[in-house]
Every structure is written in C-alpha cells, then in structure tokens.
Design a protein around this ligand. Structure first.
Ligand SMILES: [Zn+2]
Ligand SMILES: [Zn+2]
Length: 350
C-alpha cells in the first residue's frame, strides 16, 4: 500500500484545521480534508474522545482491561493507541492497565503455530511490559473458567467441539450469528478467568454499521444501541468499542502513515463469499452503495442505531445466549431459532 492509494482528487484543497495543503480525507471526500499531521491528530482524537465521553476510566480501581487483538488493521491500531497511552506522561494520560489477548480464529495447526511465532515478534515491538495471552475462539466452549497459559494458543483442544457446533447449524445466517455470539462468549469466559471486568474490542465503524443492519434483519432491531455503541454493559463485564467512530479507511491511512501496517497478522480465512446469508447480503449492499458514492451510509446507520433503546427488559432480564434485553423468557426469539437449527448441540449453554 502506498500514499497514492489515499490521495486521489486533491484539487488544491486546504486542510480544514491549519490551511496547509490537504492530503487526506475521512470517509466522505465531499467532507473535511486534512494535512498529514492534522489527519493523524483527528484519528487519535476520535479514539480518545470515545473513551472520555463515557468516562470509562474515571474510577481508580477498575483500570485493568483486556485488549483484544485479532490480527486485523483495526486490531493493530487499537494496540498502538494503548501503547501510546502508556507512554504518555502528560496530565491527560489514559489510566488503563492492559492485558493483551490475541484472539485466534484459524483452525489449522500450522497456521496457529505461525500466529504464536508472530506474536513473539510483536511483543518486542509494543506493549513490552504487559501480559500477553493467545487464545482460540474455541475457548467459548468452556463452561468453567479457563486456565490460561502464556506462550501457547489456549483453547485449541476445544476446536473440534467448536467446529462441530458451527457446522451443525443448518442455516448460513444463523451460523454466522452464532459465530459472533461464540466470539463474545469466548471474551466473556477469558475476562472472567483472568478476573478482568473490562474488555476492549477492535470493532470499527464499518464492522458495526454492517452489524446494525444484520441485527435489524435478525429481528433484534429494538436492542441495537448497546450492540453498536462505545459501551455494552453485561452482568459481569463491560465490552468497550473505542474505535466505533473510525472507519476502516481512516484506520488504514493512519496505519500506513505511522508504519503500523507491518504489525498485522494475516489470517487465511476460508469464509465462503458465496454464502447465502443475510450478513453476506448486507456486505454486498453496503459495497454497492459505496461504489455509487454514497459514502455516509455507515455513519447514518450507526447514528440512527445508537438512538434505539429497548423498552422491554426493564428488570434487566437478558437472553442467556446473546445478552439482548428480553421481556420474559430466557432465550430471545432469534436465539431460539438458532437453537432449533443446531440439532441439539447448543443445549450445553442453555
Ligand atoms: Zn492541517
Ligand atoms: Zn438471544
């Protein structure tokens, strides 16, 4: 990747912050343009303001946070922001005590080994003095707490059960949703096992905009806000999405400019793009809109979704599987449908 990928159509534009020649823009080229320094600052500010608006680190006692790295550009960006935050010595220092969790989703042994080796290299480059753990999403299958060890990928022994469960799900849309639910379950299991009550995930605006549309189609439209905004409070832990206001484009420009793009772990995903799932359709829908220059779709979807709050579940009752608020029963209707498509293998969680 090089800077010309990002700098088409300059046309003598000036930076909106400082009057220097503009070089970069966010999502929508019809909106603000920035010079290099102001662009970097704008992206950093979005990260910091997401955390400060919600006053997440105001208590002196709860600074321990699990920071999830999934190998993606957004994941690398998040790690670097946390690394920067620890190195800051100004009065505005972000009071966070991170533990890095490298979340692995590939299932082949040689690929997992490659990740373990890559992590050993990364640990020398950033967040050198914090704990790192590597865990497979199959840790979601544990019903007790997980004994995490350093130096290896934890949870690999559960991969067969994990893949059996997913492949038992006969409807592609439900299978994808189950994958998402299991990823959250995995994070919850690990947070609990490490006794860390906060968990930061690298979900960016593109991911969350698509998720909002997926969830509308899955009938969870009434509970959108906690699924796509900065904080998602669960009974025993808090999911934090500090880069929910940043697009993949902004992140990849930033990563390129700050040489973070060397810190990715490229997983070979075997995801089937021919999959006839709602999620694949949502993805295609948004791509088409972007190709037709409707750049603000994601922003519009997210700002609308953030205003939708459930009025059910005032007593705090939650679906045992996906944690959306439910009026009475223990399983939301979407999860009941997922259960019915899984030929009984899901019963361990219910
Ligand atoms: Zn500027
Ligand atoms: Zn549910």
């Amino acid at each position: 990747m090089n800077s010309t990928d990002f700098t088409a159509d300059l046309d003598g534009k000036k930076c909106v912050k400082c009057e220097k020649d503009a070089k970069f823009t966010g999502v929508d080229p019809k909106k603000a343009w920035y010079c290099q320094e102001c662009f970097i600052q704008m992206v950093k500010n979005k990260f910091r303001s997401a955390l400060s608006k919600k006053k997440i680190y105001k208590d002196a006692d709860a600074r321990e946070t699990l920071v999830v790295y999934d190998g993606s550009p957004s994941g690398a960006f998040l790690l670097n922001q946390i690394d920067d935050a620890l190195k800051q010595i100004t009065y505005k220092r972000l009071m966070v005590q991170p533990t890095v969790l490298v979340l692995v989703s590939v299932t082949e042994e040689t690929e997992i080994q490659r990740v373990v080796e890559r992590v050993e290299e990364l640990k020398k480059e950033l967040l050198e003095n914090v704990r790192w753990f590597i865990a497979h999403v199959a840790c979601s299958m544990y019903t007790d707490s997980v004994d995490l060890e350093g130096l290896r990928c934890n949870g690999t022994e559960k991969i067969p059960e994990y893949t059996d469960l997913l492949s038992s799900c006969s409807v592609p849309t439900y299978r994808k949703e189950l994958e998402r639910i299991l990823r959250e379950k995995c994070l919850q299991n690990i947070s609990k096992s490490l006794k860390i009550s906060k968990c930061m995930v690298p979900d960016d605006a593109d991911d969350l905009g698509r998720l909002a549309l997926d969830q509308l189609c899955l009938g969870r439209g009434g509970s959108l806000s906690p699924l796509v905004t900065v904080t998602d409070k669960r009974s025993d832990f808090l999911l934090i999405r500090p880069i929910c206001d940043l697009s993949k484009r902004e992140i990849s420009i930033y990563n390129y400019l700050c040489a973070i793009d060397k810190q990715y772990i490229q997983f070979h995903t075997h995801s089937n793009t021919q999959d006839r799932s709602v999620q694949a359709l949502t993805d295609a829908f948004i791509r088409t809109l972007e190709d037709e220059k409707f750049y603000s779709t994601i922003n519009t979807v997210l700002s609308t979704a953030s205003k939708i709050h459930n009025t059910n579940g005032k007593d705090g009752s939650r679906c045992v599987l996906c944690h959306v608020e439910v009026a009475d029963c223990s399983l939301c209707s979407t999860c009941s449908a997922i259960r019915d498509s899984c030929s009984g293998l899901l019963s361990r969680f219910l």
